[in-house]
Design a binder for this molecule. Structure first.
Ligand code: SF4
Length: 124
């Protein structure tokens, strides 16, 4: 099981910004996560967080993600799990739900578009 890059349980080594071409392809993506030490608590909501505070915290988290060398990998991980809480890969949980809904609609449309023979067979 993949450990959250936000977790304080991971090694306390600050992430390095490494160009993709120079990365160790065998290393797990989260070893390069900029948020490995989320000391400011930006990525997950505390209980009973007021809306204005949540929006501000999420924007701050997204700014961190914007400078993260593994943002794409992190985002795809969060979408595939799917991760139900927190900011991952620059997206909030609500934004990830929108992306997943779009992907599901796209997949349905692609299936329809690539199976015209079914319609012909059913009609004939
Ligand atoms: S993209 Fe954001 S949430 Fe994901 S590892 Fe990087 S800093 Fe953390």
């Amino acid at each position: 099981m993949l450990q959250s890059p936000h977790s304080s349980q991971v090694a306390a080594v600050p992430a390095q910004r490494v160009p993709a071409r120079d990365r160790d392809q065998d290393a797990p993506w989260h070893t390069e996560a900029v948020c490995r030490r989320d000391e400011a608590g930006l990525f997950f909501a505390p209980s009973k967080e007021p809306t204005a505070a949540r929006l501000s915290r999420e924007e701050a988290a997204k700014r961190v993600c914007g400078g993260c060398p593994v943002m794409v990998e992190c985002r795809e991980h969060a979408l595939l799990q799917p991760e139900p809480y927190g900011v991952w890969g620059g997206l909030t949980a609500a934004e990830r739900r929108v992306v997943l809904a779009r992907r599901r609609r796209r997949d349905v449309e692609l299936k329809k578009a690539t199976r015209p023979a079914d319609h012909i067979a059913a009609a004939g």
